[in-house]
Design a protein around this ligand. Structure first.
Ligand SMILES: [Zn+2]
Length: 140
């Protein structure tokens, strides 16, 4: 099957460049300080267009998860597990990523980001249990 890797656009390209450097960053509004993710052109809270990147700890809690059978990432063997994570630094936002553990996630459990190079110049921000130590292979 054909893979569909992420296609960075004007707003997200700098975020993908930071992920390749193993950095998790969100946008911070220059006017009101609201943090936001994913990247967008203006602040939803005050409509200001000025912003800058702010690096934050890649930690959060599992909001939900699914088993994907769609091969979005080159070299990724499906099915695989995708988690929806609520970052501690930006609790009003959600981040999606591959699950990196030999068991299923549990809703509300604490997770940490794991930067994974998958080839073709692409690095992903995956998620693993915070108490698991070194991530092992995925359950799928
Ligand atoms: Zn704002």
């Amino acid at each position: 099957m054909t893979a569909y890797p992420p296609q960075p656009d004007r707003d997200s390209a700098p975020w993908w460049e930071r992920v390749a450097r193993r950095e998790f960053a969100v946008q911070e509004c220059d006017a009101c300080g609201t943090l936001r993710f994913p990247a967008r052109a203006f602040c939803a809270a005050c409509r200001t267009e000025g912003w800058h990147w702010r690096e934050v700890e890649p930690v959060g809690t599992v909001e939900s998860w699914i088993v994907s059978r769609q091969p979005f990432v080159p070299g990724r063997r499906e099915p695989y597990l995708v988690v929806m994570v609520r970052p501690v630094a930006v609790p009003g936002c959600l981040v999606y990523g591959n699950w990196r553990a030999a068991r299923h996630p549990v809703g509300g459990e604490r997770v940490v980001g794991v930067f994974t190079e998958v080839g073709e110049g692409l690095t992903l921000l995956d998620w693993a249990p915070a108490d698991a130590g070194t991530p092992r292979s995925a359950p799928y």
